[in-house]
Design a protein around this ligand. Structure first.
Ligand SMILES: NC(=O)c1ccc[n+]([C@@H]2O[C@H](COP(=O)([O-])OP(=O)(O)OC[C@H]3O[C@@H](n4cnc5c(N)ncnc54)[C@H](O)[C@@H]3O)[C@@H](O)[C@H]2O)c1
Length: 343
């Protein structure tokens, strides 16, 4: 593994994955491809460019000419796909881009991998394709039962990868992880949304009674899990990535309040904007990946405290986003009627 194509490198997990590779694998050069949608950010990649081992292409994973040209020109041997429309709430407003990128885009990458004899592709997916967990945790054998246009589009991408492997022996491995947190996460997602609002003394909107359970994973653990599956996973297989980070939304909110020294009155309980259709619980069993030698390294409370500190110290990264008109419009359209004067 020498020349990697990493798609979605200007987003949250893709950029953290590039950092992980640069810190641990001195012989790998990364060619990044990102369309720079609203969620992709050039400033997120500034430190990557300083390594001298990162080359950025702006382009769309749905474009076969762009993808094939990079693979051929740069002698790419490995593809890792993070490029996606990734926000559930946005998918409820307009799902078209999700289907185009998360299904058709994945197909374009798979075709390019096959046609150019790329040695291996890792497709990054999500535990949300399993739907809502009941008593047991999700294993890789849990049937797919996505409940939003986002998770359905991710499931569609996973099925394209599975079928490509069966039909053409395309060497693709899939990972499915729970909710991530860490540096450089777009501030519309729960943890940075709450941190950046609390920092500015704005109330945070909590759906219902806050009892929904999410299985949180620190982003660097996700990145090491992806890389481990890439190196040691069997092609055609799926590997869940999780670190036993189950936590209710109320619990995570209280931890953030404590870390930022804010009172409980900063919580504004609102009705579920999805009319009660939010998945109740996500819970990941990652024993299959652990059986081939991976383990999570980060302790949840310490990683959360580090994440809060990162946002406090990096206003120069997130404030240009939260000040943007399109960001304010989205927050206002989604939460305006619930937050009222607290918006
Ligand atoms: N964030 C999470 O908690 C989480 C958890 C599990 C899995 N995942 C998966 O990990 C991947 C990355 O998620 P993220 O949170 O970093 O997302 P993100 O929204 O922060 O970043 C996505 C990146 O993809 C780029 N992109 C979007 N459409 C593109 C296209 N058509 N062509 C090229 N680039 C395009 C965007 O510009 C952006 O830089 C996604 O596949 C997501 O489903 C995310």
């Amino acid at each position: 593994m020498k020349n990697m194509l990493v798609t979605g490198c200007a987003g949250f997990i893709g950029s953290n994955y590039c950092r992980y590779v640069f810190n641990h694998y001195p012989d790998i050069t990364i060619y990044g491809l990102d369309a720079l949608t609203y969620a992709g950010n050039l400033t997120t990649m500034m430190d990557l460019s300083e390594t001298g081992r990162f080359n950025f292409y702006q382009g769309n994973i749905q474009d076969p000419i762009v993808v094939n040209d990079i693979i051929r020109a740069e002698a790419i041997d490995t593809v890792v796909n993070f490029a996606a429309e990734s926000h559930n709430d946005r998918s409820l407003q307009d799902a078209a881009a999700f289907i185009q990128t998360d299904v058709a885009g994945v197909f374009t990458l798979l075709e390019a991998v096959r046609q150019n004899n790329v040695e291996r592709m890792l497709h990054v997916s999500t535990d949300e394709v399993y739907g809502s967990a009941t008593d047991a945790s999700f294993t890789e054998l849990t049937p797919l039962a996505p409940n939003t246009p986002y998770s359905a589009s991710k499931a569609g991408g996973d099925m394209q990868a599975r079928a490509h492997h069966i039909a053409y022996h395309t060497p693709v491995v899939i990972t499915r992880c729970g909710n991530n947190f860490g540096p450089y996460q777009y501030p519309e997602k729960l943890i940075p949304f709450f941190i950046t609002r609390l920092f500015d003394n704005k109330k945070v909107p909590l759906y219902g009674d806050g009892s929904q359970v999410r299985d949180w994973v620190y982003v660097e653990d996700h990145c090491s899990g992806i890389h481990h599956a890439l190196l040691h996973g069997a092609v055609g297989e799926v590997y869940n990535v999780g670190s036993q980070g189950e936590c209710t939304n109320m619990d995570i909110t209280e931890r953030l309040l404590a870390l930022l020294d804010k009172p409980k009155s900063m919580i504004k309980f609102i009705e579920d904007p999805r009319g009660g259709s939010h998945d109740r619980r996500y819970s990941i069993d990652s024993s299959k990946l652990q059986a081939i030698g991976w383990k999570p390294e980060f302790e949840f409370n310490l990683a959360l405290a580090d994440t809060v500190k990162w946002y406090v110290d990096h206003q120069d990264w997130w404030r240009p986003i939260t000040d943007r008109e399109d960001y304010r419009q989205f927050i206002s359209a989604y939460y305006g009627r619930y937050l009222g004067e607290d918006l």
